[in-house]
Ligand binder design. Structure first.
Ligand code: AMP
Ligand code: GLY
Length: 420
C-alpha cells in the first residue's frame, strides 16, 4: 500500500518514519513535508489545507491511505471530502473533530454524558463572562472556543489577569473569531498526562501514556509553548488509572459521539489532569500530539498502517496493537527567543552525530544553499529509546549535545518528574 502523510512538523516526521517501517507499506509520500521527512519519503509541495489538490494527488498515485497530522484540515472537513470520493483517510470527520475545534461543543458533550472534566460556563458576552469570573474568583481558566494554535488558554492566577484575558479575546479579538465565544473553567490541580488512542468509532485502543512539557523553561517556568519535550510511558498514569481513563473517559466519549451521529475515527488525544478526585479531561485533540507522537510511535511494535486502515474500515478489533517494553524520551531543540520572536536561517550542525544514538525528527528546518538551517520555533526533536526511562534520558541528552545552531535552547529536565 502507498500512504500519504499530510503535514510538515516533528509529528509528521515521526508518522512518516513509522509508516516507512510498516511491513504493509510500499511507498510513503508527504505533503508538504520537511527536509528530514524528504530523506525517508517523497515530499510533494501541496499545502495541508488544499483538500482538492491532495485528493487529486491520492487518486493519481494509487494511494491507499491518507494520514492527516494537523488539526486544521480535519476541523475544516478534509475527512468528509475524502470519504465522499471513496478515498480512505485516517482522521475524524468535521463533525467529530469539533471535539478539538470547539471547546464549548466538547464541554457540552462531556456534561451531557457525565464524563469527568472541570466545571464550566460558556459566554458570548464579555460583561457576562466578567460577572461570572468575579463571582467564581481566581484562580480560573479562560479559553477561546475555537482553534487558536494552542495559545487560546489563559490560566489566570489573579482576577485581574482573568478579566484582561476576556478583553483581549473578546474585545481586542487577538484570536479573531475563535475568541467570540469563551469557555470559563474551574482551575484544576494535579499532574497532567496525555493518553492517545486509536479508534474506529466503536473500539478504542489506548496507546502508551505520555507526558508533554509545555513551558519553555526548566521546572515548568516561563510561557507555554507547543511542547518542549515528552516521554513515555508516563508513570503518573498507572495501569489502574489507564483502565479508569479508558473506561470513564475515552470509551464513553467515542460512544457519545456515535450516539450523536458523528462517528469518531482516527487518533483521539485526551489531555488529562490527574486530580485528587481522579482523572479529568483538560482537552481533547482530534489528532496525534506533538511532541507526544515522537515518543509514542517509537514504542509501537505493531504495523501502524495496518492499525490505521483498520480504524478507517471499522475493524480495529481485528488487528494487534502491541508495545515494546521500553521507554522513549524526546527533547525539543528550539530557536532562541521561542515562543516569542526568533530568527530563522541559522545553520544546523551535528545531526549525523546525534543520529548515531537517537532519532532526529525535523520540526522547523529548511535547506538553504545546500545547508540545513532553522525555519521555525521548534527546530528538532531528539528521541532516544532505551530499556528504561533514566537510560533513555541519558541517551537523548547525549545525542542532543551533538546538535549546534545559534541561539539553540532546550530544557534540561525532560522526564525528571517521572524519575524523582
Ligand atoms: P489546553 O489547550 O486546553 O490543553 O490548555 C493548555 C494548558 O492550560 C493545559 O495543558 C493545562 O496546563 C492548562 N489548563 C487548561 N485547562 C485547565 C484547567 N481547567 N485547570 C488548570 N489548568 C488548565
Ligand atoms: N502536545 C500538545 C499537543 O499536541 O496539542
Amino acid at each position: 500500500m502507498n500512504v500519504l502523510v499530510v503535514g510538515s512538523g516533528g509529528r509528521e516526521h515521526a508518522l512518516v518514519w513509522k509508516l516507512v517501517n510498516s511491513p504493509s507499506v510500499e511507498t510513503v509520500y508527504c505533503a508538504p513535508g520537511n527536509p528530514g521527512i524528504a530523506e525517508l519519503a517523497h515530499c510533494v509541495s501541496i499545502a495541508a489545507d488544499d483538500h482538492a489538490g491532495l485528493a487529486d494527488f491520492v487518486r493519481g498515485n494509487g494511494i491507499g491511505l491518507t494520514v492527516v497530522g494537523p488539526e486544521i484540515p480535519l476541523v475544516n472537513g478534509i475527512a468528509d471530502y475524502f470519504s465522499a470520493q471513496g478515498l480512505p483517510l485516517f482522521g475524524p470527520s468535521k463533525a467529530a473533530a469539533q471535539l478539538e475545534g470547539s471547546k464549548s461543543f466538547c464541554k457540552a458533550l462531556l456534561a451531557k454524558y457525565h464524563i469527568p472534566t472541570a466545571k464550566y460556563a460558556v459566554f458570548t458576552s464579555a460583561d457576562e463572562a466578567k460577572a461570572y469570573i468575579r463571582k467564581e474568583g481566581a484562580p480560573i481558566v479562560i479559553k477561546a472556543d475555537g482553534l487558536a494554535a494552542g495559545k487560546g488558554v489563559v490560566v489566570a492566577m489573579e482576577l485581574e489577569e482573568a478579566l484582561a484575558a476576556v478583553d483581549s479575546m473578546m474585545s481586542d479579538k487577538i484570536f479573531g473569531d475563535a475568541g467570540s465565544c469563551l469557555v470559563v473553567e474551574e482551575f484544576m490541580t494535579g499532574e497532567e498526562a496525555s493518553l492517545l488512542a486509536f479508534t474506529d468509532g466503536t473500539t478504542v485502543v489506548p496507546m502508551v501514556a505520555a507526558q508533554d512539557h509545555k513551558r519553555i523553561f526548566d521546572n515548568d517556568c516561563g510561557p507555554n509553548t507547543g511542547g518542549m519535550g515528552a516521554y513515555a510511558p508516563a508513570p503518573v498514569l498507572t495501569a489502574e488509572l489507564q483502565r479508569q481513563v479508558a473506561a470513564e473517559i475515552l470509551q464513553p466519549v467515542v460512544d457519545a459521539l456515535k450516539r450523536e451521529g458523528c462517528l469518531y475515527q482516527g487518533c483521539l488525544y485526551a489531555g488529562l489532569m490527574i486530580t485528587a478526585d481522579g482523572p479529568k479531561v483538560v482537552e481533547f485533540n482530534c489528532r496525534f500530539g506533538d511532541p507526544e507522537t515522537q515518543v509514542v510511535l517509537p514504542l509501537l511494535a505493531s504495523d501502524l498502517a495496518e492499525i490505521m486502515l483498520a480504524c478507517v474500515q471499522g475493524r480495529l478489533h481485528e488487528v494487534p496493537v502491541n508495545w515494546q517494553q521500553q521507554a522513549a524520551v524526546c527533547i525539543v531543540m528550539a530557536a532562541g527567543g521561542y515562543p516569542g520572536t526568533y530568527s530563522r536561517g541559522e545553520a544546523i550542525n551535528g545531526i549525523a552525530a546525534a543520529q548515531r544514538e537517537a532519532l532526529v525528527f525535523h520540526a522547523g528546518t529548511a535547506v538553504k544553499d545546500g545547508q540545513l538551517v532553522t525555519n521555525g520555533g521548534r527546530v528538532l526533536g531528539i528521541t532516544a529509546v532505551n530499556s528504561d526511562l533514566a537510560a533513555a534520558v541519558d541517551k537523548a541528552y547525549e545525542a542532543g549535545r551533538q546538535i549546534e545552531f545559534d541561539g539553540m535552547q532546550y530544557r534540561r529536565d525532560i522526564a525528571r518528574r517521572a524519575l524523582r
